[in-house]
Write a protein that binds this ligand. Sequence first.
Ligand code: NDP
Length: 339
Amino acid sequence: MSSNVNRQFRLKSRPVGKIKTSDFDLVEEPVPTPGPGEAVIRNLYLSLDPTNRIWMSDMDQYMPPVEIGAVMRGGGIGKVVASNSDAYKVGDTVSGLLGWQDYYVAGPNDEIPVGVLPPELPVGLPTMLGACGLTGLTAYFGLLELGQPKAGDTVVVSAAAGAVGSVVGQIAKLNGCRAVGIAGGPDKCKWIVEELGFDAAVDYKAPDWREQLEAVTPDGIDVNFENVGGEIMEAVMARMNLFSRMPLCGMISGYNTDEPMRGDFSPILMRRINVRGFIVTDFLEKYAEATMELATWVATGKIKSQETIVEGLENAPTAVNKLFEGENLGKLVVKIADE
Ligand code: NDP
């Protein structure tokens, strides 16, 4: 569980196109000791997210970009191994922005405080980064608060076999909706229908994907949970119904380019679509309640959680590209150390 050094990925240069290992310096620091009011956390799991690519860039974004030379920002779960803080005791399992490193020092100056997880978790730690973590919460709030799904509605979600999308479709089903997922390749499409219970899937890598979309949305689309942007978003919007809703969660197809992320606005006017961009942290006050509900759904089998786990912190810079190449199923996590 312990390691003699604290390996840290420090951002060396802002990526151009795909993220490269050479965009980081891998440095080794001594394992930190806690100062007054601080606690040292042994990082166990690192969450890899499409937004990591945004944070590495200096594009217009919702948090400050990671500064050159700083430890790469990243969500994670870890265990408190030393503490001079009343907020954390040794052995606590915690979750927060622990960074791409072996150890994190939590303290009163944290901009976003590291949270202590309950001692008896009904699900495994990787799931606490996925279906019961921020990506699950993103699906939950984006769909239920902004998508306002009603029984019988057709809900379409893109990146449907990923961390957010896989949960969106399953929550849509719990609400009596018709869930249609858009994903890359026949295996992912089969998985979301046969394993997760989506009503239909569209393989956007197939030449006839537009015809597939039309065939599986005969009554149009009432909610588009948008994760991808670009031509997929435009094709979905062209099929949206009058007064339909579109939670705009992400536009991953544009993150690796320097081009502005564009879209056709005309359906918003003609069909009076309610488009609403959001960041999961907008719903911070409601996290505890929603996490409980997600954990209950997962623990009782109402929602299936799935993680793709890559071993070794050293592999984070290459593993993160799986998100852009579609090589993950469900939540992408790096295992840093044994629990
Ligand atoms: P996923 O687990 O869904 O992984 C990303 C998936 O996106 C890949 O598996 C791939 O699946 C698909 N993808 C990648 N590139 C493209 C492309 N060019 N066109 C179409 N599909 C592509 O990641 P997350 O669930 O973590 O994130 C999904 C989206 O939600 C992202 O846009 C992310 O930024 C956003 N997000 C937003 C949050 C918020 O607070 N607003 C919070 C968390 C995530 P495939 O094989 O199907 O191509």
